[in-house]
Design a protein. Structure first.
Length: 189
């Protein structure tokens, strides 16, 4: 796995051995960031379920102003720290080695500025993205223009996010998974 573009282009990233973190492949990451390119420069980026940190590091490399990476697996968090140091992007990132719910509660309590982009790639089938989206909905951590991207299995039903108060902006399907792009829905609908 490597950084595709930007200031850390071509640098290799470490990952946790095994399937625990399911890193996004370089090809899918490149496709995702080609779609996000207009949104990334100057953005505040939140990467929940960070794994190796590769998605947030790609955003920082491409010009995001800052990133918060959340990863509860302590071994994976250590790898994220190493990857941030290796790419010389550590000064732009904050790593929270805790679960997503605790991290969101902590961030909301600090009254931090809202994030412009939020990436969620939780373990499939555990309902963690729904919980995180419910928590984010009225937390002050997102604004109406925040773009949230959920990585899910290819057969996951994206309409479940509409019931949580989000609207589907677009869906990009791959062979085994999909990216579902969401924004907070209008409260009047």
């Amino acid at each position: 796995m490597r950084v595709i573009a930007g200031s850390a282009r071509r640098l290799l990233l470490s990952t946790l051995p095994g399937d625990d973190t399911r890193p996004t492949t370089d090809r899918i990451k490149e496709t995702l960031f080609n779609m996000l390119q207009p949104e990334v420069p100057g953005s505040r980026f939140l990467d929940l379920f960070g794994g190796s940190g590769g998605i947030a590091i790609e955003a920082l490399s491409r010009g995001a102003s800052s990133a918060v990476i959340v990863e509860k697996n302590l071994k994976a968090a250590r790898i994220i720290r190493e990857n941030l140091e290796h790419t010389r992007l550590a000064d732009k990132a904050e790593l929270l080695a805790t679960d997503a719910s605790a991290a969101l509660t902590r961030l909301a309590g600090t009254k931090c500025e809202p994030f412009d982009l939020v990436f969620l790639d939780p373990p499939y089938g555990a309902g963690l993205e729904e919980r995180a989206l419910q928590q984010l909905r009225n937390s002050g951590l997102i604004h109406d223009d925040t773009l949230l991207i959920v990585e899910a299995k290819i057969d996951a039903d994206p309409s479940r996010f509409e019931a949580l108060g989000y609207r589907i902006v677009k869906i990009k399907a791959y062979k085994t998974n999909q990216h579902i792009f969401l924004q907070r829905g209008n409260d009047e609908t």
